[in-house]
Design a protein around this ligand. Structure first.
Ligand code: ZN
Ligand code: ZN
Ligand code: ZN
Ligand code: ZN
Length: 650
């Protein structure tokens, strides 16, 4: 595609959206971004043209989104079982290769050639990010991209030479083009519904990320698995009949396996994209003319706009690791950042480590340390359209809409679908990476079951290593996560206490909970606890825990490319970088923020250790045997009905 003037690109998009009956609020302003490459959506400068909350500002018919089932090669992809992010990348490449002949050309022409994913950086630039969380989540490793191109796409292209001529494998469908395509779609795809899975949603992807969002992305998730229809369709009618005959289970299987016979999968877009109505020049008429029954992807304003400000979507409370790996940018002082010290914490073998790995998730759950992770709806303004407070949205939210307005985060392609020749190699590579839950989006997600037609509660199958990677963190600005504190305590308790856990796991958990409470009191500056003589055995445990933390943090710090440069020094370097050095600025911003977290942790740990040592040295310490007796005695007062995982050997 020839490079066009940005305003011309916007004009082409606008005209294309009119033709395809995509409603966009007339008061929105799209223009080139003043700081980054690409575009942004802004509020009007005019005070009179601000948009109130609850206003729907964008309605994209699902026939106009770009995904495997809507594309011109839907049947080929279905046959080859290529779906998920990989499928979106292929249809993006295919439609792009058609140029102006593609029904999506007016949209595709505004997309960038690629996002600045560190996976695509040369080796010397990747070196800037050595030791960072970007590396930890696999954000520098392009081997999975290469494998998918070589193992899945090349055979697919060769199988379908009439669509992908051999010559095009060096141009439109080359590895280079694919890698760039992955960077574009991984940063823009939205999760739509159980039929369409992931898709590019024209215009919805122009909103940039802000921690404080203005818009929600919403759509109906509960559609027919076979034809994608929202509401009643022939397949549901068929199922009802069978259910009456008590053949529910049978029909469920058929509904999934019959997908290939569905007419909507036979190649053409589900519905022909509709033509511009005659009266489309009048915005209001145009909106009225919009078919309210058509299933759409919507964006709704959740916070009233102010004149001229940029209108943000939030991609979620994402740390710089994911922001840079997937979206190609990083934020100074990103409050969602955290540094994992799982590798340091799990470096040595031992029965306590083994026990923790086996029981960590259950223990943390019992102690109530996981709530935040599991609700997962952070980063939202509180004025959700659904009327619920956002923090507990997960449980109370209106079923009508899929509330996950964030861009796709966790769904890679379903790995069950296509084959790799070296499947096993890839599996083990995935495990080594041990990606975070919010890891960058190119990895395979073998656990995802897109075909689940019922929203079954996932049976909790937690990979201990993955859980460790995910939860043994120090969070911005310098807070060790609760699971990390638990592990530190497990390492520090006397052997007698650890033994106690074998015979009385409930009591041991209560003790752990109390130790955590003391730590939080110390952390909150309630130092009175240090004066209580009876707490001294516990303070000794906590002292050792903090000493271990200090060691782990220092080791973690050593992993960076240049362990001698502090965060403050990095900030000076960043400020002196020329404006066009975006890539280096992003990389150093990641490093600086992570180092700041570790440095802050060392500072507060030192302060706490000084206090703790002073307090514990005053009187003679109790012997471990006394401690165990005391803990056992205390335990008797704290019996409760909590479910507790067994200690080893029990
Ligand atoms: Zn159907
Ligand atoms: Zn929200
Ligand atoms: Zn909600
Ligand atoms: Zn794969």
């Amino acid at each position: 595609m020839a490079v066009m003037d940005p305003q011309a690109q916007i004009d082409v998009l606008t005209e294309w959206m009119r033709q395809h009956k995509i409603y966009v609020h007339p008061n929105l302003v799209v223009k080139p971004h003043d700081q980054y490459p690409g575009f942004g959506v802004y509020a009007s400068e005019n005070e009179e043209r601000q948009i109130d909350e609850h206003t729907t500002i964008l309605k994209v018919p699902k026939s106009a989104i770009l995904c495997p089932v809507t594309s011109g090669i839907a049947n080929l992809l279905e046959e080859a079982e290529i779906d998920g992010m990989l499928g979106v990348a292929v249809v993006y490449l295919y439609e792009k290769s058609l140029g102006e002949k593609s029904p999506w050309w007016g949209y595709l022409q505004i997309l960038p050639e690629s996002e600045d994913s560190p996976k695509l950086w040369p080796g010397d630039q990747k070196e800037w990010l050595k030791g960072t969380e970007v590396e930890e989540v696999g954000g520098l490793d392009d081997s999975d991209v290469k494998e998918h191109y070589n193992d899945v796409l090349l055979p697919f292209f060769k199988e379908n030479q009439e669509v992908f001529p051999t010559a095009s494998l060096k141009t439109d469908f080359s590895y280079d083009a694919f890698a760039k395509a992955m960077s574009v779609v991984a940063s823009r795809a939205f999760e739509i519904d159980q039929y369409r899975q992931l898709a590019l949603v024209p215009f919805a992807d122009i909103f940039n990320h802000g921690a404080e969002e203005h818009v929600h992305f919403e759509t109906n998730d509960d559609v027919c698995m076979v034809c994608g229809e929202f509401g009643y369709c022939e397949h549901m009618a068929a199922e009802d009949e069978e259910e009456e005959e008590g053949a529910e289970e049978e029909s469920r299987k058929r509904r999934v396996s019959d997908a290939s016979s569905c007419p909507s999968l036979s190649g053409a877009p589900e519905e022909p994209l509709r033509q511009e109505p005659d009266d489309a020049d009048n915005e209001d008429l145009y909106k009225d003319d919009f078919d309210a029954n058509d299933d759409t992807c919507d964006m709704t304003i959740v916070r009233k706009t102010s004149p001229g400000e940029e209108i943000f979507n939030t991609y979620g409370p994402l740390g710089n690791d994911v922001l840079l790996a997937r979206y190609g940018f990083a934020i100074k002082d990103n409050e969602a950042d955290s540094v994992s010290i799982a590798r340091e914490m799990l470096a040595t073998e031992g029965s306590r480590k083994k026990w923790w790995l086996a029981n960590a998730h259950a223990v943390c759950k019992t102690l109530g340390l996981l709530e935040d992770d599991e609700e997962g709806h952070g980063g939202c303004g509180s004025d959700c359209e659904c009327g619920d407070e956002h923090d507990d949205c997960g449980s109370d939210c209106d079923d009508e809409h899929d509330h996950d307005h964030e861009r796709e985060r966790e769904h890679g392609h379903d790995h069950g679908s296509h084959d790799h020749d070296d499947e096993e190699d890839e599996e083990s590579a995935d495990e080594e990476i041990g990606g975070k839950e919010d890891g960058e989006g190119w990895e395979d997600e073998d656990d995802e079951e897109h075909d689940d037609e019922e929203e079954e509660e996932d049976e909790e199958e937690i990979d201990p290593e993955e859980f460790a990677q995910d939860c043994l963190t120090i969070d911005y600005p310098s807070a060790p996560s609760s699971p990390l504190l638990v592990l530190l305590l497990i390492y520090s308790i006397p052997a007698s206490f650890f033994e106690l856990g074998l015979s009385d796991p409930q009591g041991a958990l209560v003790q752990l909970g109390e130790l955590l409470e003391i730590i939080s009191e110390i952390g909150a500056g309630e130092l009175a606890v240090l004066e209580v003589a009876s707490e001294k055995p516990k303070l000794k445990i906590i002292t050792e825990a903090f000493e271990n933390l200090e060691t782990a943090v220092r080791k973690r710090y050593e992993r960076y490319a240049d362990a001698k440069i502090t965060s403050a020094e990095y900030e000076v370097i960043i400020n002196e970088l020329p404006k066009e050095e975006t890539r280096k600025r992003n990389a150093l911003t990641v490093v600086a923020n992570e180092k700041k977290i570790l440095e802050g942790t060392l500072e507060s740990v030192d302060r706490l250790l000084a206090l703790l040592r002073k307090a514990t040295e005053k009187k003679t310490q109790k012997k471990p045997a006394d401690l165990a007796a005391e803990l056992t005695a205390n335990t008797k007062f704290h019996k409760n009905n909590q479910k507790v995982p067994p200690y080893p050997g029990k």
